[in-house]
Design a protein around this ligand. Structure first.
Ligand code: 5AD
Ligand code: SF4
Length: 430
């Protein structure tokens, strides 16, 4: 979601007369779009800001002015902290107010030396105020839903991105059309809880994600569709049917489970248990036997015993994820889990993370190796490290590099897989 927001901010700034600087020392404006999900990400902001301040001072000696701005969820959660620890920051905007960038930059032009903070949960939808989106390449993100009402006990999102909001169907279709007209082939629909999408259609009727996927699949030029991130308890039969019916919907789904132990899922306030999660996976596989899954995991949630952790391992063995993101539980101020008894020692968290990641890597490697000899359609997205090489994605989101002509960039090309490692494939264009 932050990549999407950053891109939209870049479009705002370009329309406002800015252009990308080659490096920070050349930049009149430095903008940090921040993440608050885990402590490490949030702390990084302050060290990045410290470095930017040094550059700002060097530039000032040469008579050049530098505006430093911070956006994103750290601002929403720690606006006072930013003003205190980094008073040289000129402005700070929450994730729901970045459409006000031009207004803020104009204000800064007039009043220097004060930090302008805007962390409203505004009544207006920022999407109504953003300039038209355009694609950066063959793959584009498209936010259709934002915020979350789930309140998992470890998570800051409901506090930083606010309550769930679904964009109207027509607005999403319109943005998709612009993306397709400017070179997009693949659209990844985004939302913190994307499958709880309930936007209004043209007649004011509430529609679900399945309806939206079907509408988008009708658009000329759309070759690939994905959606991220789904909440297991909200996967309905309509959505499952889309995986059977829609050729553009890729056979790879990110479906975070967080833990394999019911006791922990309950303490996390997840609205699914292990059984429900596995039933959803079964139904999806029945609808489309090519479907494979990825997930998010948290280890060392308060109260997690060895036995609970082993249940997470056994779930991994059952689902055989082909990719996954796994994290040590990070205590976030203001969330219920931060003050739960049974906080797990750092050392234990680290041990569990290592064990889990090794198991996940085994399955990932096994899947990648099983692809050798197969032919995939690959969407080439960027140049490779070596001359004459391009890097793209398979339908299963694997990175694949191959010798390929430059004009295959941002195109879908058939490739035979020749080699595989844990993190990538290599292949030959056919
Ligand atoms: N600690 C560790 N991981 C977290 N996530 C969210 N909050 C925390 C936290 N406090 C993880 C979840 C979520 C992913 C985006 O980040 O696994 O699915
Ligand atoms: Fe956070 Fe996702 Fe839970 Fe919402 S569903 S509270 S975004 S982990």
């Amino acid at each position: 979601m932050n990549v999407y927001d950053s891109h939209r901010m870049a479009v705002i700034l370009e329309n406002f007369g800015y252009e990308p600087a080659a490096n920070q020392a050349d930049a009149d404006l430095v903008l940090f779009n921040t993440c608050h999900i885990r402590e490490k990400a949030a702390e990084k902001v302050f060290s990045d800001l410290g470095r930017a301040y040094l550059i700002k001072q060097e530039r000032a000696e040469k008579g050049q002015n530098t505006v430093i701005g911070v956006t994103g969820c750290v601002v929403q959660a720690e606006d006072e902290e930013i003003a205190k620890r980094a008073p040289y920051v000129d402005f700070a905007l929450g994730p729901l107010t970045y459409h006000r960038l031009p207004e803020i930059l104009t204000k800064i032009g007039r009043k220097r030396g004060e930090t302008i903070i805007d962390t409203d949960f505004p009544a207006e939808a920022k999407f109504d105020f953003l300039p038209e989106n355009r694609s950066e390449g063959g793959c584009s993100f498209l936010a259709v839903q934002e915020g979350c009402n789930n309140f998992c006990t470890y998570c800051v999102v409901p506090y930083t991105r606010g309550a769930e909001y679904s964009r109207p169907v027509a607005e999403v279709v319109d943005e998709a059309k612009h993306l397709l007209e400017t070179g997009t082939l693949e659209i990844n629909l985004l939302g913190q809880n994307v499958n709880s999408y309930h936007g209004e259609d043209e007649s004011g009727k509430e529609r679900n994600l399945a309806y939206l996927l079907r509408r988008l699949a009708e658009l000329d030029g759309l070759k690939r569709l994905r959606y991220t991130t789904s909440y297991p308890a909200d996967v309905d039969d309509d959505l499952i049917a889309c995986h059977r019916d829609l050729g553009q919907l890729m056979p790879y789904l990110h479906l975070p489970v967080q833990s394999g132990a019911d006791k922990i899922l309950k303490a996390m306030n997840r609205r699914h248990d292990r059984k429900l999660y596995l039933e959803v996976i079964e139904k999806l596989k029945k609808a489309n036997d090519k479907l494979r899954f990825s997930s998010d995991f948290i280890v060392g949630f308060p109260g997690e015993s060895d036995e609970d952790f082993n249940k997470t391992l056994s779930l991994v063995r059952e689902v055989e994820y082909i990719q996954a993101f796994s994290f040590k539980y990070s205590r976030r101020p203001g969330t219920p889990a931060a003050v739960m008894p049974g906080q797990v020692e750092e050392k234990v968290k680290k041990e569990r993370l290592d064990i889990l990641q090794n198991l996940l890597f085994d399955y990932q490697t096994k899947f990648n190796e099983s692809c050798i000899g197969k032919v995939f359609e690959v969407l080439f997205e960027q140049k490779g490290r070596h001359k004459g090489q391009l890097i793209g994605r398979t339908p299963y989101m694997q990175n694949l590099h191959a010798k390929a002509d430059k004009n295959m960039l941002n195109n879908i090309v058939k490739v035979r897989v020749t080699d595989a490692t844990t993190n990538s494939l290599s292949g030959e264009v056919i």
